[in-house]
Design a protein around this ligand. Structure first.
Ligand code: PMP
Length: 360
């Protein structure tokens, strides 16, 4: 089969086993006599699919009963607005840790809703590291601190959380959910677009602590109020049914491999293998502070746009695709989400070594 090694940052490669299972069930899902795409979202059969995805996620991430799991639409980008619309009270503040383009976008939306301030930022050094933060910098009228757990474009990740006391931390885990073990109770809200580690685009997972639900002002449109979706268990309106079904299959696949802890070990192995190759290379280097390097998105560059472009062509001729860095940073970026096998990284490292021999 001619499947390419797909290093896309998102939507990204899905496990072949999951795609094949979906293919085999596409016209008759779970022996229901119809495709999941043809089912009423109010049917018993679909409810089973929804509950299956929720309960597998709850078990896998150890989500306590005091949190609700929602499957919404509008991407992670809509959460940039929903978070302040639901959590930011009039005359209070929200704090934002600015670690890349996505956190800047999140801040921009919060500023439209109310008062939002920068907690710390690494913009000055081009987001090559996670900024250091003073532990006690939050005033008591701060409703939440927003962070971006993994910075998809810049290739950094947050490994240490600030001590915010009773101020809830809201984290955007779009590009790292299920890649490593996290303690859900460290957060008030966790959200992630599905299209990297969870399934196809079109679904956004929101995990929210109960006491943060029901705080939106009366003027908040029903569709943007978490309380609406919690009350209806993600069935207020037609949810992204196919995406939710696919998330269930991806979770089953992760269970079959041994769960998050196994994936975390694999992700460390894959990322170290590539970082070592980059650090030892005479052509390529990583611009990112070692301590803050992402396991999921690995940017590297030769520092010469023509050489980068020649490498991208060389890699593509070997079936290694979607390695071009984000247009805002240039160079290369390899995204190694859960579905990327170790062999895919080996093929990339081989290609880098061959290219180096030709170039030096
Ligand atoms: N946050 C992060 C960290 C992302 O990587 C992305 C998408 N790449 C987004 C937010 C935006 O997600 P969406 O396209 O689902 O709105």
């Amino acid at each position: 089969m001619d499947r390419l090694v797909n290093f896309s940052a998102g939507p990204s490669a899905l496990p072949l086993e999951v795609l094949q299972r979906a293919q085999s069930e596409l016209v008759n899902t779970n022996a229901s006599g119809m495709s999941v795409m043809e089912m009423s979202h109010r049917s018993r059969e679909f409810e089973r699919i929804l509950v299956n995805a929720q309960s597998r996620l709850k078990k896998m991430m150890n989500i306590p009963d005091s949190y609700k799991i929602l499957f919404l639409q509008g991407g992670a980008s809509l959460q940039f607005s929903m978070i302040p619309l639901n959590l930011l009270q009039t005359d209070h503040k929200a704090a934002y840790l600015i670690t890349g383009s996505w956190s800047k976008k999140a801040l921009l939306e919060a500023e439209k809703v109310g008062k939002a301030k920068i907690y710390a930022s690494s913009e000055e050094n081009g987001f090559k590291s996670i900024p250091s933060f003073s532990q006690s910098a939050l005033s008591p009228d701060t409703d939440y601190l927003h962070i971006t757990g993994n910075n998809t474009i810049e290739g950094t990740r947050i490994t240490e959380l600030p001590d915010t006391g009773s101020v809830p931390i809201v984290t955007d885990l779009s590009s790292s959910i299920l890649s490593e073990r996290i303690n859900v109770e460290d957060y008030g809200v966790i959200y992630a677009g599905a299209q990297k580690n969870l399934g196809p685009s079109g679904v956004t997972v929101v995990i929210i602590r109960e006491d943060l639900i029901g705080r939106a002002s009366k003027a908040t449109p029903s569709m943007l109020d978490y309380a609406t979706h919690v009350k209806a268990n993600s069935l207020y309106n037609t949810p992204p049914t196919f995406g939710i079904y696919m998330i269930g299959l991806v979770l089953e696949w992760i269970e079959s491999l041994g769960g998050i802890d196994e994936l975390e070990a694999r992700n460390h192995e894959k990322a170290s293998f590539l970082y070592d190759a980059i650090d030892q290379s005479s052509v390529f280097s990583s611009p990112i502070n070692k301590k803050d390097r992402s396991l999921m998105n690995i940017p590297f560059t030769s520092l010469d746009p023509d050489t980068d472009s020649a490498f991208l062509h060389f890699a593509e001729s070997k079936g290694l695709v979607e390695l071009k860095g984000h247009r805002s940073v240039g160079g290369m970026r390899a995204s190694l989400y859960n579905a990327m096998p170790y062999e895919g990284v080996e093929r990339l490292v081989d290609a880098m070594k061959q290219f180096e021999k030709q170039t030096v």
